[in-house]
Design a binder for this molecule. Sequence first.
Ligand SMILES: [Zn+2]
Length: 316
Amino acid sequence: MYNSYDDIKIEYENIRLKNLMLLDETKNRIYEEHPKLKDMDLKIVHSYLDIGRKKLEEKSIDELKNEIKKLTIERDNYIKENGIDPTYRELKYDCNICKDTGVVNDKKCSCFVKKEIELFDKISHFSNYIKHDNFDNLDTSFYKQNDLNMSGISYIDYMKNVVDSLKSGVKFMDEIPYNIIMIGAPGTGKTFLARCAGAYALSLNKSVLYVNVNEYLSSLKPDFKGVSLEPYAIIADLFILDDLGTESITEFTNTKLNYLIDKRLNDKKSTIITSNLLLNQIGDNYMSQMYSRISHAYLQCYLAGEDLRRIKNANI
Ligand SMILES: [Zn+2]
């Protein structure tokens, strides 16, 4: 279990060390069983060294190259005849995609994301929430506000559109960053939907950090005894900030939230915010830059009515 990114880094170092030792062990074992093979390998290595050192007094490079070719064929035949694993001299990797570095083409390898998911879950216990809060447990037919019109369509159709937006936004967030703010009074289901989207992202092997705004900001205070969540919030594939507006707003919290929202937009990372504040109230309470970023770069989704879970449970 990981407590920080350092733990993941150490694990990669241990994996590399383990595989180097495995290579040594394999080679030594095969050489003990086949001393002749060891001689052959040494001869080949020495011939390469001779080329490198340019010891050409007696032999030309062409002659040395021909010798290596001959020796290699001899060795390969010996390996075949004796049923030896031909990869005994090769370093093995736990992950062949990134060769146990965690990075491939400057992007996180899927093996790294798996470790990151584990780390984030330790921080936020997100897997506990999504046992119930996932799209499989959502049934838009439970919305009762048939007569409520949102943007000229019925509330049921509006919510179906919201769910479709969350699903496709998360699915394609690697190609197009997906940012949405879900605004609604307590009990309108915004947290539930945000968690559903997070659960869906996890099912697609994306790392998800889900935190309540108060929990997030507390972790950034200089006197906080635990780990600051900021580095994880910056790097998560999907960051879900729950309940914006329920914190006590100070210059410190304002600056920190503004920085995070700005940083994730600049890094083209996807974010879901839930809030009980209307957009104009966000404008009144937060830095103008943060308001401007949210109002321009985020989809805005307004929720009304009752909590989906409550309605569903009441019908069971
Ligand atoms: Zn990998």
